[in-house]
Structures are given as structure tokens and as C-alpha cells.
Design a protein around this ligand. Structure first.
Ligand code: 13P
Length: 283
């Protein structure tokens, strides 16, 4: 298959009451782990590439990895820019086959976030890409973006309505208590707020910072209207732990014997997440 848009897979998830996993890719092994697991589980999947991933791998490699991944599987696959903050990177993504972009203006005042998001929608929609925006601000560090606890703000339901109406975005990332990176304590999601936003906003809602959120909270969030769930940190940890085990417990030096077990470890994380997101057999 060819890459499809986030709008296509997320509108179906919104109708069907499940969430699609958005897993961050940085290299071939991570991409392979995500695609082979999604294929085995017959699940739609979002390959998320951050600006940092694009800098690390090169946009041509990211494009080729995602297009190859989509070509060798029957499940719907999308290529999505995660946390785009640079308009030039958005334009590059449009030229390089991305099917969806996130514009993250969450650090800006409401009116400026709205204007920037509108500007991205105006260039992305005519080119056939879907657009995700963020309203509210998540604590933590995701690649090049860092937000302190003081700067974090939960999403206001009425502002969300106005924002979606005026920008025409296809999905909205909301801040309800999740955080990027590793949690210090037990994460507590504001389900009441999620319910209010979901009642007022028709488009698919997105949960960032989902690594480390307990299974019951994820299942409840999906029930209350979350349709896209972002996972990065748990993939990184699985990769790191598997590599560390191999290099400390043996003297192998073949990269395939180092990265192969990491790929297997990531597959296990993706399998578990797709299971609790409810997207198995939704391809
Ligand atoms: P985690 O750091 O919790 O994996 O969140 C990833 C994310 O939200 C990417 O946008």
C-alpha cells in the first residue's frame, strides 16, 4: 500500500471508539519493529518522525523507510511529523512524502498558536496532508522541546472549540496531565476534562506523553475519546535495555547481534500498546 493520511486512520478510530498508536521512528530497526508488529496484529499505525529524528537520520532516509514500510504491508501506515515547530521543516515534509504534520504552537499565546496553526493548515491541506495541533502545554522533554512544571497548562474545553473551528485542524493534542519522558510519580489524567473536551469537539483527540501511563488509565482515556496515542520513551528504554544486555553479557561486535535484540524488544512494547489501544484488527 501507499502511505495514507492521519485523517483517514483517525476518523475511522473516532467512529470506531479506539486509538491508533503513533510510534516514534529514528532508524531502520525501530521502523521494522513497528511495521512487522502492526502487520501481525492487522492494525493501522502512525510512524512519527520528530524534527530531531529528521536531523539525525536525514529526511530522505525517513521518507524511504516509511514508504518502504507501507509498500510491504497491507495495513494502513502514515508518515507524520511529530512536534513540528519550524515552518520550513513543515514545507520540507510536504515535499518529502509525509502524509501528516503536527504544528506545535503550544508554547505560544492562544492567538499566536491559532494563527500559526491556520498558516500550516493553509499549506498542508491543499497538498493532501492532514494537520495535528496542540492546545495546552505538556510538561517534560520531547526531543528539542522542553516544558517545566510551571509552564504546563491543561487544555480549556471552550478554547478547544474555538481553536478547532477557526483553524480547521484534523486532530487536536490536548493537555490533561500526561508528560513527555519518564514519570517521576504516578501520572494522573484529568478524565473529567477529557470528557468535556470530547463532548464539545468532534475531531479525533490526541494523547502525547503516553509512555508510563498505567494500562487502566489508557483504556479509560480511549473510552472517553482519545484516538491517537504517542509512544516514544518506552521504545527508547526497550532499545537501550536490550543493547545494554547484549553488550554487557557478551563480547559480540556484530551490529546485527546488537540491534536485532533491540528490534525484538521494541516489537514487544508495540504489541502490548496496540492491544490496549484497541486497534488490533482495525486495519
Ligand atoms: P513519551 O515520552 O511519553 O513516549 O511521549 C512521546 C510523545 O508524546 C511524542 O510526541
Amino acid at each position: 500500500m501507499v502511505l495514507v493520511t492521519n485523517k483517514e486512520v483517525l476518523d475511522a478510530a473516532n467512529d470506531g471508539g479506539y486509538a491508533v498508536g503513533a510510534f516514534n521512528i529514528n532508524n531502520m530497526e525501530i521502523t521494522q519493529a513497528i511495521i512487522s508488529t502492526a502487520s501481525e496484529m492487522n492494525a493501522p499505525v502512525i510512524l512519527a518522525a520528530s524534527q530531531g529524528a529528521i536531523e539525525y537520520a536525514g529526511i530522505e532516509y525517513i521518507e524511504a523507510l516509511a514508504k518502504t514500510a507501507a509498500a510491504i504491508t497491507d495495513v494502513p501506515v502514515t508518515l507524520h511529523l511529530d512536534h513540528g515547530t519550524d515552518f520550513n521543516v513543515i514545507l520540507q515534509c510536504i515535499r518529502h512524502g509525509f502524509t501528516s504534520v503536527m504544528i506545535d504552537g503550544s508554547k505560544l499565546p492562544f492567538e499566536d498558536n491559532l494563527a500559526l496553526t491556520k498558516k500550516v493548515v493553509d499549506v498542508a491541506h491543499p497538498c493532501g496532508l492532514s494537520v495535528e495541533a496542540e492546545l495546552g502545554r505538556l510538561v517534560g522533554v520531547e526531543d528539542q522541546i522542553s516544558v517545566t512544571e510551571k509552564e504546563a497548562v491543561f487544555t480549556d474545553p471552550d478554547e478547544a472549540v474555538q481553536f478547532v473551528e477557526e483553524t480547521d485542524v484534523d486532530s487536536l493534542a490536548i493537555a490533561i496531565g500526561s508528560a513527555h519522558g519518564i514519570y517521576k510519580g504516578e501520572p494522573k489524567l484529568d478524565f473529567e476534562r477529557l470528557e468535556k473536551i470530547d463532548k464539545k469537539v468532534d475531531i479525533p483527540l490526541v494523547l502525547h506523553g503516553a509512555s508510563g501511563i498505567p494500562e487502566d488509565s489508557i483504556i479509560r482515556a480511549v473510552k472517553l475519546g482519545i484516538n491517537k496515542i504517542n509512544i516514544d520513551t518506552e521504545l527508547r528504554l526497550a532499545f537501550r535495555d536490550a543493547v545494554r544486555k547484549v553488550v554487557t553479557e557478551s563480547d559480540v561486535y556484530d551490529p546485527r547481534k546488537i540491534c536485532g535484540p533491540a528490534r525484538d524488544a521494541i516489537k514487544e512494547v508495540v504489541r502490548y500498546k496496540i492491544g490496549i489501544f484497541g486497534s488490533e484488527n482495525k486495519a
